[in-house]
Design a protein around this ligand. Structure first.
Ligand SMILES: [Zn+2]
Ligand SMILES: [Zn+2]
Length: 451
């Protein structure tokens, strides 16, 4: 008998937090934070205090009050007594916070398993953004690679890499005494690394699973148009080739595929790419694992240094991690001299640089998830961005494709894997899965499915 309890990831995109119990084994599949976490009770400066641990979160039912799971420190001000944990392991699919954001709450003694790439990204991000990224403390961190087999009591966990909007993403085939369980994690198959997802599908199909937990971010009733990473590259290249001035581009720094698309388009258009110091740090720290250029020596890269304290670009003005990149620095004055030579990585919070750059006839390519520019909650941000672009006469463009599989690709994936039972997760439209599989069980938040 297998029990699956959904503390997150049921009826919502993100927040995966799924307890798998089988025989004597108790394992969490991901331990993420929901995207709307805290929205109902916290606002701007109204925020819980870290020192109170889980107290505020339990008060509003934002984190499940599960015994034998959380650390003593986190439970200090709650009514839930600390007990030695009965969880064998946590297995992560990738580093996005909706899959691992609540790891800091769990007891240090629970072993956490993740891919080498996942760990590397978490480590880089917690150096760059210590206020936003915390892994928590864990006595045992097991790092795996695709294809490894990790036993937990009678269960065998086999992670297999998948393509997503970040490297270091995995799905799992989990062997149990009564059959196999497939867990998709987040995946896509319309980019340059689609062969990884194909490997996962092949392995999952071979296991003839009794259950598949499948993500359905894009399992919408009206399928959105599918753009491929190749099409993003072509569109970006066209925009850069037609550009008459500096080109700005905004995308997620961990989206390596997107970096490659834009970097390639930049070089082929005879320009150089300007990254900021944080991006340079990411490139440098991932390049032993992934094919990426060296921000210190690559002739097609310059590292932007904003003017700080002394206004003279002195080393002491910058954080320690930034200083090595001064060797390859470029400033707003240098860019202004030859704006057509560059494509510059930027973002909403870096718009201030436009005042110093004073761009003329520039273009702005937004190449990140549409989510951040849609909806009422982002209206003010959207207006501010528009105002900045209008003020400087900058032409706005949109070139993006999703990090998640299209409805059609999800359908094909399920048809190939052929699970006996299909459980939709990480989706707002679980019922859509009933149209493509005859035995769908829709999970409910904090509900248990017994198989
Ligand atoms: Zn996700
Ligand atoms: Zn993700």
């Amino acid at each position: 008998m297998t029990n699956l309890t959904f503390y997150g990831g049921a009826g919502e995109i993100g927040g995966n937090k799924i307890l798998l119990e089988d025989g004597g084994a108790k394992v969490y599949l991901d331990f993420g934070q929901s995207f709307d976490f805290g929205e109902d009770y916290f606002y701007e400066w109204l925020q819980p205090r870290t020192v109170n641990g889980l107290e505020c979160y339990f008060e509003f039912g934002m984190v499940p009050e599960v015994p034998k799971l959380y650390s003593e420190k986190e439970l200090r001000f709650t009514k839930l007594p600390y007990e030695k944990p009965d969880i064998d392991d946590v297995f992560l699919t990738h580093h996005h916070s909706d899959h691992c954001g609540h790891l800091p709450f769990i007891d240090e003694s629970i072993p956490v398993n993740m891919g080498h790439g996942t760990y590397r990204l978490l480590d880089v991000y917690r150096t760059l953004y210590p206020q936003f990224t915390s892994l928590g403390k864990h006595e045992t961190l097991n790092l795996f690679k695709s294809g490894d087999v990790i036993p937990v009591k009678d269960l065998r966990f086999k992670p297999i890499h998948v393509e997503h909007s970040t490297p270091g993403a995995y799905g799992y085939v989990i062997g149990t005494p009564e059959g196999n369980i497939v867990f998709s994690g987040d995946f896509r198959m319309h980019g340059p690394m689609k062969h990884m997802t194909e490997e996962f599908i092949k392995e999952a199909a071979k296991s003839q699973p009794k259950v598949m937990l499948c993500e359905g971010t894009r399992m919408t009733p009206d399928p959105q148009k599918q753009y491929t990473e190749e099409q993003v590259y072509e569109k970006v290249k066209g925009i850069i080739e037609d550009a008459k001035g500096l080109v700005f581009t905004e995308f997620s720094m961990c989206n390596v595929d997107r970096f490659h698309s834009i970097f390639k388009a930049t070089i082929e258009s005879g320009r150089k790419m300007i990254v900021d110091t944080r991006f340079a740090y990411i490139l440098e720290n991932l390049r032993d694992k992934i094919d990426l250029p060296d921000p210190l020596t690559d002739e097609n890269i310059k590292v932007y240094f904003r003017m700080c304290k002394s206004c003279e670009y002195l080393e002491k003005d910058y954080y320690k991690f930034e200083r090595p990149y001064m060797e390859n620095k470029i400033t707003h004055d240098e860019i202004k001299m030859n704006p057509k030579d560059y494509v510059m990585f930027t973002g909403f919070n870096k718009l201030m640089e436009l005042v110093y750059l004073q761009p003329e006839k520039a273009d702005y390519i937004y190449s990140s998830s549409e989510h951040f520019l849609e909806g009422d909650e982002n209206k003010q941000k959207r207006t501010v961005l528009e105002n900045w672009l209008n003020h400087f006469g900058i032409q706005y463009h949109h070139a993006h494709c999703s990090g998640h599989a299209s409805r059609e690709d999800i359908e094909n994936t399920i048809k190939k894997i052929k699970p006996d039972v299909l459980i939709p997760i990480h989706t707002q439209n679980p019922k859509e899965f009933e149209k493509i599989h005859e035995n769908v069980i829709i999970p409910e938040k904090e509900g248990t499915i017994k198989i």
